[in-house]
Design a protein. Structure first.
Length: 260
């Protein structure tokens, strides 16, 4: 699979600038999977989205991720690097299903899964990139209400003792087990990194926002390219396409006049 050209980097930046987080993640996914239709992109599971965007990030910037977090206990800042290829869950180490609780995993988010527990039967599907975009558009709601909106979208049927029940009326224990089952079936949807503080020894898990992190790096690259275009166009009168057609080394050479 190929990387992005410098022209495509600017296209991503142009589309993504000003978008919401979920919309921008879909934009990144579209460039990671250029062959996919809009419906296919929106139907990708959250884990599929994260994996595809991370793969594109590796193709552009390499495998090293430079990260930073603050210890929740003592507040000290921790800077560290990780191998981007290692942050995704290993499919071989993920339990395929919990006995008598869920159907076999499937790569299709639309395929129904079943959770049966304590007299409850819940038919559900996995959350998708489109679901996250839809619930994000519900402005002004607290996080708990947004989660309920997502639950309502993903639960296809819920019943106990033969009576149907609304998704939002499921008991807390069933909702928690349902969330755990979804995570098991789509483990890359919630990527975390285990950390330990060198000062106070506190251990915690840092969530990794793959699209958000990638966007920061991509926007920085796009701004450098735009700066190069402005500098060289002002100095030599070249067009944007002519400047972007130069290698990064040649652009730097013209800007810094390193041959003198």
């Amino acid at each position: 699979m190929r990387s992005l050209t410098v022209e495509e980097v600017l296209q991503v930046w142009e589309r993504g600038e000003g978008q919401s987080a979920a919309a921008r993640a879909l934009t990144l996914l579209a460039f990671a999977r250029p062959e996919a239709s809009r419906n296919a992109l929106a139907s990708a599971t959250v884990g599929e989205r994260e994996a595809a965007v991370l793969d594109l990030r590796i193709r552009i910037f390499g495998r090293e991720l430079q990260l930073m977090d603050a210890c929740p206990a003592c507040g000290i800042a921790i800077e560290f690097a990780v191998d981007a290829a290692s942050v995704l869950p290993d499919p071989a180490q993920v339990a395929p299903q919990a006995p008598s609780e869920a159907g076999p995993p499937t790569p299709s988010a639309a395929a129904p899964q079943v959770l049966e527990l304590d007299g409850w039967r819940v038919v559900f599907r996995l959350p998708t990139a489109g679901d996250l975009l839809a619930v994000e558009k519900v402005a002004g709601l607290p996080l708990s209400a947004v989660r309920q909106q997502l639950l309502d979208r993903c639960v296809l049927q819920a019943e106990t003792d033969g009576a149907s029940v609304a998704a939002t009326a499921l008991p807390d224990a069933i909702q928690e087990r349902l969330a755990a089952t979804m995570e098991m079936l789509d483990p890359a949807a919630d990527i975390t990194i285990d950390l330990a503080c060198s000062e106070c020894r506190h251990a915690w898990r840092m969530p990794l926002d793959v699209p958000g992190l990638f966007w920061i790096e991509l926007r920085s690259l796009a701004r450098r390219l735009l700066s190069d275009v402005h500098e060289l166009a002002s100095r030599y009168g070249w067009s944007e396409s002519e400047i972007l057609g130069l290698s990064a080394r040649r652009r730097r050479a013209y800007i810094e006049r390193v041959w003198e």
